[in-house]
Write a new protein. Structure first.
Length: 315
């Protein structure tokens, strides 16, 4: 294998190969454990697929290594081209993504990071580096790894209000993260003008009444994945894929753990389930409904014989 420096200079990257598991697998041993190509002695196979594409989980690491071996030339070049860098969905970054942020923050650049720690439905990769900052702990990363050396201003107020969700939806979604400040619905004239005050709330919909509900509300259906059976009456999206979208009304097909949380918000949910439920709830502007065969005094019940009958408001 050529020295790392020469390899980096000579390599012509032919694109990126998106992966959702550890990349650069050399072989699996007798116990079925994946043995990976070594970074220093098997550099090309460590970073690149046989057809010359860089593995998606190695991009940031490769950039950091190139910058290190070139004595800072990569970051220096970026500062010569750009004065500002904006990074969205920062809560999804992990491992060497965070190391790259450290390098950028230390450079002569204005760096703006935007994200929501409640919405970690997808990680760029699953590395061993910086594992303690996973699951939306980007603020902890900045406070512990950056702010003692670099001036970093953390703004948790400018984007604290929702321009999509009404207050009932904000209140429910906030219960998923009691350790974080609760969300509030924007009350500016423009947002209030868009509110549907007569067609709002949190509902429980019996499976037998799903078609009626979809017809009445034209609600978009949200599910964990494609294995969940949904109606053909309206569009259906997986929770993760719906991220960034907005709809007037949503009908959620909750998992068993989610159902338990609906009836007792003290129930513990793992980080991924909690984030996906948060995303699903906050897609709606006016109303959220859960497919469920039980009623509760905390929600409004919907059924075909007594539609919109009020069984109690959201707690």
């Amino acid at each position: 294998m050529r020295p790392y420096q020469n390899f980096v200079l000579d390599k012509k990257i032919k694109g990126m190969l998106l992966v959702n598991q550890a990349s650069g697998i050399k072989y699996k041993n007798s116990q079925g454990i994946s043995i990976l190509y070594k970074e220093n002695s098997e550099t090309e196979n460590h970073y690149f697929s046989p057809d010359g594409r860089i593995y998606s989980d190695k991009v940031s690491k490769f950039v950091c290594r190139c910058n290190e071996r070139s004595k800072g030339a990569v970051i220096k070049r970026l500062t010569q081209i750009y004065s500002h860098i904006f990074i969205d969905e920062v809560q999804d970054l992990a491992g060497y993504d965070l190391e790259l942020i450290k390098l950028l923050m230390a450079a002569n650049l204005e760096i703006f990071l935007v994200g929501d720690p409640r919405q970690v439905t997808y990680l760029t990769h699953n590395p061993k580096k910086y594992t303690k900052y996973r699951d939306g702990k980007i603020k902890d990363f900045i406070s512990a790894e950056l702010s003692t050396k670099i001036f970093c201003e953390i703004d948790e107020t400018t984007l604290a209000t929702s321009h999509r969700n009404n207050q009932e939806i904000c209140d429910l979604a906030s219960k998923l993260h009691p350790d974080l400040p609760p969300s509030n619905s924007c009350e500016c004239p423009s947002c209030l003008k868009l509110r549907d005050v007569s067609n709002r709330g949190i509902y429980l919909v019996h499976p037998d009444d799903v078609e009626d509900y979809l017809r009445d509300k034209s609600a978009i259906q949200l599910r964990w994945d494609r294995r969940v059976e949904t109606s053909i009456s309206t569009k259906a999206y997986n929770f993760g894929n719906s991220k960034g979208m907005g709809f007037d009304h949503v009908l959620i097909y909750p998992t068993d753990n989610m159902k338990n949380w609906i009836f007792d918000t003290n129930v513990d949910l793992n980080a991924v389930t909690r984030a996906k439920l948060y995303v699903a709830i906050t897609r709606a502007r006016h109303s959220v409904a859960f497919v469920c065969d039980k009623n509760s005094q905390d929600y409004m019940a919907y059924n075909s014989s007594s539609r919109n009958s009020n069984k109690g408001q959201v707690a």
